[in-house]
Ligand binder design. Structure first.
Ligand code: NI
Length: 160
């Protein structure tokens, strides 16, 4: 397991469309483990493979810190409602912006064993799913932001 370098806005890999995962390999298993480690290390609630430079349709999400989801080839099959709130991205450090998203989504995906499953989320989980899936098609939240980006204080400073 290893912490990978997180690509930041301006890196053109973040604007590219990712490819479907067709089979699970050791290489992809290591990638998923590294994505989880990298997300936790950075204090994020989600991370998509292109953010660590890999153009594969894989995201990891954990909005509580103890309930990680691995979504391979995810697609939203149902959505509803609306929420407007602050959103950030590990690829745009120190910034946040207001984005409107569905308040409910159902996503169909495959897990780390490539078994199909569905996941439903509301509120922050729904927001994280939408945000991470956008990454797989080369989109960043700044394309959807209402108003200006604001500066946020890094979490590390709270711990000192
Ligand atoms: Ni992001």
């Amino acid at each position: 397991m290893a912490i990978r370098n997180i690509r930041e806005i301006g890196d053109e890999i973040l604007n590219k469309k990712c490819k479907e995962v067709t089979e699970m390999t050791d290489r992809t298993r290591y990638l998923i483990e590294d994505m989880l480690d990298t997300m936790y290390e950075a204090g994020g609630v989600g991370l998509a493979a292109p953010q660590v430079g890999i153009l594969k349709r894989i995201v990891v999400i954990d909005v509580t810190g103890e309930d990680p989801y691995v979504l391979i080839n995810p697609r939203i099959v149902e959505s509803g409602g609306e929420q407007t709130g602050s959103e950030g991205c590990l690829s745009i450090p120190g910034k946040a912006g207001i984005v409107t998203r569905p308040n409910y989504v159902k996503v169909a995906a495959q897990d780390a064993e490539m078994n199909p499953f569905e996941l439903e989320g509301t509120e922050l989980l729904a927001r994280a799913i939408c945000h991470e899936l956008d990454h797989l098609d080369g989109h960043l939240y700044v394309e959807k932001v209402e108003g200006d980006l604001t500066d946020v204080v890094p979490a590390e400073e709270d711990e000192e």
